[in-house]
Unconditional design. Structure first.
Length: 106
C-alpha cells in the first residue's frame, strides 16, 4: 500500500487533527461508502505506541472508535471507519487486503 502511495510521490494518509479526519471521512463517503480505509499509523515496533509508517514520527491524533484500540489478534495497523455505529480509528491487522488513502504533499 505505502509503496503504491510512494509511486505517486506520497504516503499513507497521516491524520493530524479533527478537521483532517472530517475531510477524509467526507471523501470516503462521497466515493466509496463507509470504509474502512488504511492509514499510515502502526504500532508494529512497540505495542500501544503508534507512529507514522512513512517516517516513524509519533502519531499526532487519535480519535478511536468505541473500545479501540484493542489489539485483537495482534492488530498493528490503523484504519478509518465511518460506519454508522463504529466511527473513528480502529486497529486492524496489517496484512489484510484493504482500501487505503494516499496523502501527497502539494
Amino acid at each position: 500500500m505505502n509503496g503504491r502511495c510512494r509511486s505517486y510521490g506520497g504516503y499513507l494518509v497521516q491524520i493530524d487533527d479533527d478537521n483532517e479526519l472530517t475531510y477524509v471521512s467526507s471523501l470516503i463517503l462521497a466515493t466509496q461508502g463507509d470504509g474502512p480505509f488504511m492509514t499510515g499509523l502502526t504500532d508494529e515496533a512497540t505495542e500501544g505506541h503508534f507512529v507514522n509508517y512513512n517516517d516513524k514520527s509519533p502519531g499526532k491524533y487519535f480519535k478511536w472508535a468505541w473500545a479501540q484500540p484493542d489489539n485483537w489478534n495482534n492488530e498493528d495497523c490503523v484504519n478509518i471507519s465511518i460506519a454508522m455505529f463504529f466511527k473513528g480509528l480502529n486497529d486492524i491487522g496489517c496484512g489484510i487486503n484493504a482500501r487505503y488513502i494516499c496523502e501527497v504533499p502539494v
